[in-house]
Design a protein around this ligand. Structure first.
Ligand SMILES: Cc1cc2nc3c(=O)[nH]c(=O)nc-3n(C[C@H](O)[C@H](O)[C@H](O)COP(=O)(O)O)c2cc1C
Ligand code: SF4
Length: 613
């Protein structure tokens, strides 16, 4: 496999050694003044070293200059290219990427309409009667002030993009990518989108008018960098806001021809809206791998330009197959090159089983919970000065990772696990089809245990005698946490703790009460999807549901289980009626009839159940 994926491709004179790219990731390391630092260089160099053919920056501020105080206030940093002073930094990054045979591109955006405070027109969206909240409101209760951008400011923005593209070229970068995707998060896409753009001047109304800002920027960039410098354009295949946003049909009929005409060399096809349909951009683990590639394939059919496909692709066999099927000409691997930047090289070298596949948790994607090296101060794995006999107690992911690092440093490692299998609680969570991707990390660590010669002892309790028998120089405790069933439920029939519910799924009856909003919300949805009649109960309010999870995961869960005013134009964004959710209730008793709950008004009712989790 990999025949297509590792075949070079040329985009307007830029030849890539393979068809794997690292897509734009906004959270690249940066200084407070928008300049880059050693970590930024390493962030890109690692991806190039790992074998990707193209490495793209995240959205870089083309200009106007951001309000640095405001960025600081929000604890944000951005990389800028709005001044000549940044050229040297980009030259450093380009050189570092080139040293590994990859090409380096710069994605250009303004600050994004939310952070810049400029939009095509004013909220509320989509209309005054049915305003929807954006993710800043939903997750941080922030109302960002927004003003309608003036014609004079539009002229300034256009010039900024052209100047920034020239700076990228001067710095030795190989291409630029104009960001016109992700809905309200970018100025360009919010102009293109009927959802956000209510202007009545030459930049609003018809498709031609709404596309005018992006196409004029593109033309100005082209005029500035000349005909031979590759300009990629990132577009949304579908904004995932139904007919109120950009649909796939709109993209094919209007966006693609306009970008072709304005001088794009390649279309990078994403989808969604970072403010209101983030599931298309960040695609959490609940979605199947490559789930939007059929949209991309439709766009590809409509253009002669090379097309980049992206979105929850973690497996290079699959990436190769997508190219083979003609769905795209190239694949961007974002989170996969974050959880394991060496993915392309490992695959090429026949070490695909050593690839640490992204689990789709969306915790931060730098830092990444399964790849400690990303975005941290670099702590190189040096050989240990004195080699020790190390005993790791506990075979969950923490224990296996400790064993892996110890073995890599040269220690003689034994891992002792009381149970009969490795993986601990995470392995149990991975039994749920919704969380199956968690299994990627277990699989990786298990293979590493074998490859690194870690002696694994299963079914062995760490008693004093057992530990003394082994005579370790050092012991690492990684026994994890244990679950506790509330006293009131202990010994009652049909009661399972969360792990038991995952491991003994076939023992779960038809009527299920899940008690606990945090982890319970996900399990409740999963059981309901399986056909069980589920009631989810808890003492707190709706925002406690899945509060342990990343916002991308929460959004998926909250859409299904709450009335939070998300846009709900697409089928999967609808609230479901199974599970039934009972918030702000206390459990008063558990008896033969069921679980007795009491709400804040003091009203009591009994929920009959076959299984209580
Ligand atoms: C942390 C993070 C930051 C991102 N920043 C950007 C960005 O600056 N510009 C952009 O166009 N897309 C951005 N994206 C979207 C990615 O480019 C990519 O389309 C998305 O992660 C899906 O691909 P993947 O499943 O391979 O990660 C970002 C995604 C993540 C997870
Ligand atoms: S943080 Fe999670 S989703 Fe992001 S790269 Fe790491 S494993 Fe993947």
């Amino acid at each position: 496999m990999g025949e297509k994926l590792f075949k070079p491709i040329t985009i307007n004179g830029m030849t890539l050694k393979n068809r794997i790219g690292f897509p734009p990731f906004l959270n690249m390391p940066a200084e407070e003044d928008c300049s880059i630092n050693d970590q930024t260089v390493r962030w890109f160099e690692d991806r190039a070293k790992g074998g990707a053919g193209l490495v793209m920056t995240g959205a870089v501020v083309a200009g106007p200059p951001p309000d640095l105080e405001m960025l600081k206030l929000f604890g944000l940093t951005r990389v800028g290219l709005y001044d000549d002073k940044f050229i040297d930094g980009f030259a450093r990054m380009a050189a570092a990427v080139h040293a590994h045979g990859a090409k380096f591109g710069v994605q250009l955006e303004g600050l994004g309409s939310v952070m810049s405070g400029f939009g095509p027109s004013l909220p509320p969206y989509p209309d005054a009667e049915n305003p929807t909240s954006d993710m800043l409101k939903i997750h941080f209760d922030l109302d960002m002030p927004m003003v309608e951008i003036s014609i004079e400011q539009i002229e300034e923005v256009k010039q900024c993009f052209a100047d920034a593209a020239v700076r990228a070229k001067t710095a030795g970068c190989d291409c630029v990518e104009l960001h016109c995707a992700h809905g309200g998060a970018t100025l360009n896409c919010s102009f293109i989108s009927p959802y956000y753009n209510r202007r009545t001047d030459q930049y609003g109304g018809s498709w031609e008018n709404r596309l005018r800002l992006s196409t004029e920027i593109l033309q100005k960039m082209r005029a500035a960098v000349g005909p031979d410098f590759p300009i990629l354009v990132r577009i949304d295949s579908d904004q995932l806001l139904g007919d109120k946003g950009i649909t796939l049909k709109d993209t094919i009929e209007h966006v693609v021809p306009a970008m072709e005409k304005a001088g794009a060399d390649c279309l990078d096809v994403s989808q969604g809206d970072m403010l209101r349909a983030g599931q298309g951009v960040l695609i959490p683990l609940y979605y199947s791998r490559g789930c939007f590639m059929d949209y991309t394939a439709q766009v590809k059919k409509a253009t002669k330009l090379p097309v980049i496909g992206v979105g929850r692709i973690v497996d290079l066999d699959m990436a190769d197959q997508l190219l083979e099927e003609g769905k795209a000409d190239m694949i961007y691997l974002g989170r996969q090159l974050t959880s394991d930047p060496d993915t392309p090289n490992k695959y090429l070298e026949g070490r695909a089983d050593e690839i640490r596949k992204c689990i789709g948790c969306n915790v931060a994607c730098g830092p990444c919970p399964i790849n400690y090296e990303i975005y941290q101060q670099h702590i190189p794995l040096t050989p240990a000065e004195s080699l020790k006999k190390i005993l790791v107690i506990g075979g969950g992911v923490g224990g296996m990772e400790a064993a892996r690092i110890s073995a890599l440093r040269g220690h003689e490692v034994t891992l002792m696990e009381k149970g009969e299998k490795l993986g601990g609680v995470v392995a149990s969570l991975a039994l749920d089809p919704l969380n199956a991707e968690f299994g990627n990390f277990i699989e990786y660590l298990q293979i590493q245990m074998t490859k690194l010669g870690v002696k694994v002892m299963l079914g062995k309790e760490a008693t004093e005698a057992n530990i003394e028998d082994l005579g370790p120089d050092a012991v690492i405790m990684a026994t994890g946490a244990s679950l506790k069933i509330p006293e009131m439920a202990q010994g009652k029939s049909g009661v399972l703790d969360h792990v038991e519910a995952l491991e003994k799924r076939d023992e779960i009856g038809q009527r299920v009460v899940v008690w606990g909003l945090m982890y319970g919300a996900e399990l409740a949805i999963s059981l309901a999807m399986e056909g069980k009649e589920v009631t989810l109960i808890g003492e707190a309010g709706e925002r406690t549901m899945a509060s342990h999870a990343s916002n991308a995961r929460k959004d998926w869960i909250w859409r299904k289980l709450s009335d939070i005013n998300y846009p709900r134009e697409t089928p999967e964004a609808q609230r479901v009626d199974n599970p039934v959710v009972k918030l702000n209730v206390k459990v008063r008793d558990i008896g033969a009839e069921g679980v007795e709950i009491e709400d804040k008004q003091g009203d009591k009712r009994v929920l009959p159940y076959d299984t209580l989790v």
